[in-house]
Ligand binder design. Sequence first.
Ligand SMILES: Cc1cc2nc3c(=O)[nH]c(=O)nc-3n(C[C@H](O)[C@H](O)[C@H](O)COP(=O)(O)OP(=O)(O)OC[C@H]3O[C@@H](n4cnc5c(N)ncnc54)[C@H](O)[C@@H]3O)c2cc1C
Length: 388
Amino acid sequence: MAAHFDTLIVGAGFTGSVIAECLAREGGQRVCIIERRSYVGGLANDFTDAHGVRCHRYGPHIFHTKSQTVWSYLSRFTSWRRYEHRVVANVDGRLMPFPINRDTINSLYGLKLNSAREMKRFLAERSERTNNLRTSEAFVVAKVGRDLYERFFRGYTRKQWGVDASNLDRSVCARIPIRMNRESRYYLDPLQGIPLDGYEALFSRILSHPNVEVQTSEDFEQLPKNISYDHLVYTGPIDRFYGYRHGKLPYRSIATEFKNLPTPDGKLIQATPQINYPSEDVPYTRSVEFRHLTGQQHMSSTIGLEFSFATGEPCYPFPSLESRKIYRRYRRLAAKEHGITFVGRLAQYQYLNMDQVVAQALLAAARIHGKANKSASRDHALKGICQE
Ligand SMILES: Cc1cc2nc3c(=O)[nH]c(=O)nc-3n(C[C@H](O)[C@H](O)[C@H](O)COP(=O)(O)OP(=O)(O)OC[C@H]3O[C@@H](n4cnc5c(N)ncnc54)[C@H](O)[C@@H]3O)c2cc1C
């Protein structure tokens, strides 16, 4: 039977799901959202494994934001487990805080640096400046010197990105702060947490509006002919939309090996939620114990060991001059379209945090149903989050 929708949305990750909810509730639209995978949530999906432990499918997903608007919007669908992520790096068998802070330096070199000033002086004495700060290697070496670069960044970057940091855009390592104080939280945003009942429950509530029809295991490329629509929202890979006519956009992919271990006393296995392994002698990049994140009490615990590959699910856009050039060609094609909105991390070929894609989705939905200018200050604040 033929079905007509006001809007068809491709992809049920955060971007597509939030747009679907807003168009249905605020815009009174009839929306169909199709998802290639058998589950919704995209990269943020979580699931309960065969041992009854809730795990994050694509690496640990910690929600963090400065935006009260984004936080309040999602809080309609979930309560939060207050959670602040902490990471340590395993350097020659010793665990120390990461991102690098004063405790990292004191523990690594047996020092007693007592102030931000002492820390800055310590790093300044080691920093090596070059004229060209375009690569991740040059950027880190200029900030912290070669020894810290070799111990914390070199091997990890080679494993995660498949190339040496000397051939990698500086933006990759520039995302990682170096702290002059003893701050050990990974994210510093004022609002941080994990959806109390998990991401799966959060998405099922977002998508529960009666005007939203959800179809999983449905690929846009094989869309049944009987579905028609007035507007298309596309959150999938932009190069695939255009049949790769300007070439394939490169991505790094990850695969997680899940290991369940008995914990009869209910205790956790790792002292911290995430351990990074910068050494190339260890084949994976990090290990994550999910019960730290979820707070789940259980008689066993599941740890995810993360491996990086050049092929597989597109996870991280590979930043380079060449990939930016290819993306710009697709963006020019997209700008000429009428009745299609390209939005989300795959359509924009950009690494974006969850709060950023939610902010973009709220703005996109307002534009589509024509209410964009009714709350200009809210939209201004949301734009700020998108551009961070
Ligand atoms: C390893 C990793 C860890 C991360 N950790 C964090 C974190 O801790 N905190 C944070 O804020 N952010 C984190 N992120 C970023 C976060 O995952 C993204 O911001 C968010 O998931 C993007 O949502 P999206 O809807 O734009 O994309 P996606 O989640 O990728 O959703 C797009 C959906 O479109 C579907 N699709 C694509 N093509 C088609 C098609 N042809 N037909 C039908 N469906 C299609 C896909 O299957 C997918 O489900 C992490 C990212 C990675 C890679």
